[in-house]
Design a protein around this ligand. Structure first.
Ligand SMILES: *[C@@H]1O[C@H](CO)[C@@H](O)[C@H](O)[C@H]1NC(C)=O
Ligand SMILES: *[C@@H]1O[C@H](CO)[C@@H](O)[C@H](O)[C@H]1NC(C)=O
Ligand SMILES: *[C@@H]1O[C@H](CO)[C@@H](O)[C@H](O)[C@H]1NC(C)=O
Ligand SMILES: *[C@@H]1O[C@H](CO)[C@@H](O)[C@H](O)[C@H]1NC(C)=O
Ligand SMILES: *[C@@H]1O[C@H](CO)[C@@H](O)[C@H](O)[C@H]1NC(C)=O
Ligand SMILES: *[C@@H]1O[C@H](CO)[C@@H](O)[C@H](O)[C@H]1NC(C)=O
Ligand SMILES: *[C@@H]1O[C@H](CO)[C@@H](O)[C@H](O)[C@H]1NC(C)=O
Length: 776
């Protein structure tokens, strides 16, 4: 109560003119957009009245007194509801609630009986009473996109998202409390009634039409069947003091629980229905597919298509050419096929399904069929269909390839159909991030250092020209190879060991000593290659540690850039952790972790210059034949001068392991590696990838799942069917959670990590690492 009194004084002060504390709104009362614009609840927290929308005003319920009035309800949102500043809201003497604009009257509510009085309640419910003092209408029965504390969504009621943050009309998504007891999300468009387009469901179908969605005052969002709890959606139990909760179906189709602090007057999301921004069907328009770039949703056009609107790039794409009509021409002339791999689409009839042997076959069949705009190839099936394609998104797990017919300049046509086999490969998000960031860095480097670059390359040349094959490079201590030698060593690059963003690694055998080596051939096209090459050489040449992969030699021959490393017989940690074959025992995982920690610690604290690796991930941790882990791939490393402890750098590294400060272009310190290591540690503990959408939703995102199990005291869920020393497990989980704290200064140093893991230092209870939800 004290809070509310305080608010009463604080809130309306500078807006005193605009608001009226009228707990019992009687007939004859009125509001104007510019003065006396709203009626306040007794607490002063909620207001009913005019708020600004677009270039006019709308009637609704909102939290007043803050700059971006949080609107929780809007009247007539499915109609044109924005009125000019000379409109007036009346509770008329004959008991109607209307807005009058230029003689025109617009009903705000349609109660069955005349209204005697109205009231805005402390929970944000706007209530109309009849002459018996009975409620004849209340806003809680007509929700828009928000549920407030104590509000419920009953059978057949729906929430619709907004068009945008500033346009409160009905948007693209809906959440329905179905008659069958299931809470389901769909795209909002009416023709999308088909259940196949659902993208979220509680799976409580069959529970009947008494099921309601409820929001309690501790943020507990749950499904009740009468009074029986049939499903928790949020865990609840959030602090109730000086906080209020609301649930909103957001513009992006995800519903979130928000916590509003009465102290700071800040509203932050604390829970969301999914972390996969591409999950809501319809987030992108027609002929587009959704790609996640880190956590941002990007809508891309199918090849051969342009954005319909460059301003709103999620509004769909259209062909950049005019297709010839079917009877006009021999269809197989004038078109090419382009591929977009790993994409998922709606099954929109009509379409024809053919059995084809190969993707080339499928392309050919579509080219020959003038009613085929796009073919979807998966499991030998070729589905020919017409545009538009809807609900596209990328999914690395899905092998579907979209084959799009694109126009070809007629002049080139020699009558022979030729398909472009170059893969458009829009897909793997991880790769995408890496390559895009590599390109960015490359462009930057080229832009600012083009000349320097040229110079330094020449100097490497002159330096190396003086040296005979097989000699050690002065001051670097590396053996120089000729390209011909490497061709021989690798048997003409015959056996591929792996592929990375920067190049391909081959197996080789040194003729003189029969030593097996790994030979990394850097991509020629990658301008980054040169820089990476030099960085890697400089950095690795100076580092010597048991847990770092050793560089043995290099080759600069014409345009070829090759690095020769010691051979690591057991592949990468990713191969071992994420493959379905035998699991490592916990003891083995302990050994590997200690190796990694020591390797990073060496880079951070024991080298001549401090080195931030910048790309710690399981793919860059290699295992030798004795299962000793060594860190590789210094191509991205940043080394700092002694007096420098932080660096600004473009976003590189790999999704899921990249520290949040990096994404925000804040200075990056060694703590960025600690963050990446924390993610790897959790993966090692749980023997799985940090994001895996094949798992149940609540387990899919590893850090969330680990924290949930940790808070619930159910760590054994993380290592099912395994005998693990629970004390040790708990300690490790705690260290992992400390490492992935959003705030870099909270993360421990690698030295501290080593001490904690080895048991010499106590590990305090970590705070939730999930506070980044607030920045969604
Ligand atoms: C509107 O506000 C003015 C000034 O605060 C006040 O004098 C007037 O009575 C109010 N009118 C209504 C209808 O509440
Ligand atoms: C509100 O005002 C009306 C008309 O003056 C009166 O009949 C009614 O009892 C009042 N209601 C409350 C809750 O005070
Ligand atoms: C809000 O969106 C609706 C539906 O898309 C549109 O008709 C309306 O013009 C928009 N209003 C404003 C103010 O942009
Ligand atoms: C109200 O404003 C609109 C334009 O915003 C104007 O066309 C109209 O004449 C005004 N009505 C009155 C009654 O002033
Ligand atoms: C008003 O509410 C009371 C109690 O809920 C009920 O008995 C009465 O019939 C209602 N009156 C009307 C006119 O609905
Ligand atoms: C249409 O798109 C294709 C593939 O993206 C491109 O090769 C072609 O030049 C584009 N044509 C026009 C007219 O923009
Ligand atoms: C279309 O053109 C191709 C290549 O010139 C030819 O092989 C094919 O028979 C033609 N098809 C029709 C229906 O004319």
């Amino acid at each position: 109560m004290v809070v509310f009194m305080f608010l009463l004084f604080l809130v309306p002060f500078h807006e005193a003119q605009a608001q009226t504390n009228n707990f019992n709104i009687t007939r004859g009362s009125s509001l104007r957009p510019t003065s006396n614009s709203s009626w306040l609840s007794p607490s002063g927290l909620y207001a009913f009245g005019f708020y600004e929308e677009g270039d006019g005003f709308a009637v609704g319920i909102f939290i007043p007194g803050i700059a971006d009035k949080t609107v929780v309800w809007t009247a007539n949102r499915d109609k044109d509801h924005v009125v000019p500043s000379n409109a007036t809201l009346f509770l008329t003497t004959d008991g109607r609630l209307i807005v009058q604009v230029n003689e025109r009257e617009i009903d705000i509510a349609n109660p069955s009986e005349p209204i005697l009085s109205a009231s805005i309640k402390n929970n944000g419910n706007f209530v109309l009473y009849n002459s018996d003092q009975n409620i004849t209408w209340q806003s809680f029965d007509h929700p828009t996109d928000t549920l407030l504390e104590t509000q419920r969504l009953s059978a057949d009621q729906k929430l619709f998202s907004r068009v945008s943050e500033t346009n409160y009309s009905k948007g693209r998504f809906r959440l329905v409390m179905q008659m069958d007891g299931n809470l389901v999300q769909y795209p909002a468009a009416d023709e999308d009634v088909t259940i196949y387009n659902a993208y979220y469901a509680t799976g409580t179908n069959g529970a009947g039409d008494k099921v309601t969605l409820n929001l309690e005052d501790d943020g507990h969002l749950l499904l009740l069947n009468g009074i029986e709890n049939i499903k928790n959606i949020t865990p609840g139990g959030y602090p109730t003091q000086r906080r209020i909760y609301r649930m909103r179906l957001d513009v992006d189709g995800i519903f979130r629980l928000y916590s509003y602090s009465l102290n700071t007057r800040n509203s932050t999301p604390i829970w969301s229905s999914t972390r996969n921004g591409c999950a809501p069907k319809g987030i992108c328009g027609v002929n587009q597919f959704c790609v996640l770039m880190d956590r941002d949703v990007v809508c891309r056009c199918l090849p051969g298509f342009n954005y319909i609107s460059n301003k709103d790039r999620s509004s769909g794409c259209e062909r950049n050419f005019t297709a010839a009509s079917c009877k006009d021409v021999n269809q197989s002339v004038g078109y090419n096929m382009r591929r977009s791999e790993n994409t998922v689409w709606e099954n929109t009839p009509p379409y024809t399904v053919l059995q084809t042997k190969s993707v080339e076959d499928c392309e050919q069949r579509c080219l020959e069929d003038c009613s085929c705009d796009v073919a979807l190839f998966k499991d030998q099936q070729c589905r020919k269909q017409r545009l538009p394609l809807r609900f596209g998104s990328t999914n690395i797990e899905d092998p579907t390839i979209a084959l799009t017919k694109v126009g070809r300049p007629a002049s080139r046509g020699n009558g022979v159909t030729r398909t472009i086999t170059e893969k458009t490969k829009e897909i793997p998000m991880y790769l995408l991030i890496v390559s895009i960031s590599l390109i960015c860095v490359a462009v930057l480097v080229l832009a600012i250092a083009g000349i320097v670059f040229h110079g330094s390359r020449q100097s490497v040349h002159t330096m190396t020209n003086k040296i005979q094959n097989g000699e050690l490079v002065d001051g670097v201590g590396l053996r120089k190879f000729s390209y011909a030698e490497l061709v021989q060593i690798t048997n003409n690059f015959d056996e591929e060991l792996g592929k990375g963003a920067s190049g391909t690694v081959y197996k080789g055998v040194l003729s003189d000593c029969e030593n097996i080596v790994a030979v990394k051939k850097l991509e020629k096209e990658l301008a980054e290659g040169e820089r990476e090459f030099q960085t890697e050489m400089k950095v690795i040449a100076k580092t010597h540690h048991r847990n770092l992969v050793s560089l043995l030699g290099y080759c600069i021959d014409g345009s070829n850039r090759v690095l020769v490393y010691e051979f690591m017989g057991n592949g990468s940690l990713a191969d071992i952790l994420f493959a379905a074959r035998d699991r490592l025992s916990f003891t083995e995982r302990v050994g590997i972790t200690t190796d990694i920690v020591k390797g990073i610690l060496y880079l951070h604290e024991e080298c001549e210059t401090q080195i931030i690796h910048c790309d710690i991930k399981p793919q860059n941790i290699l295992m030798d034949e004795n299962m000793c882990a060594k860190i590789s791939d210094f191509g991205l490393a940043k080394h700092l001068k002694q007096d420098q402890t932080r660096t600004y750098t473009g976003v590189r590294g790999t999704r899921g392991y990249v520290a949040p400060e990096w994404m925000r272009k804040l200075p990056v310190t060694v703590k960025a590696d600690v963050y990446s290591f924390g993610n790897v540690l959790l993966e090692i503990i749980c023997h799985r990838k940090n994001v895996d959408w094949n798992l149940p939703e609540n387990e899919a995102v590893l850090d969330e799942w680990v924290y949930e199990c940790f808070m619930a005291g159910e760590l054994s869920k993380l290592v099912p069917d395994e005998e693990v020393d629970m004390k040790k497990l708990e300690k490790w989980v705690k260290v992992g959670l400390w490492c992935i704290q959003e705030e870099p200064s909270l993360r421990p140093s690698m030295k501290k990590v080593l001490l904690m893991l080895e048991g010499t230092v106590d590990v305090p209870i970590p705070p939730s690492p999930l506070s980044y939800l607030s920045s969604l």
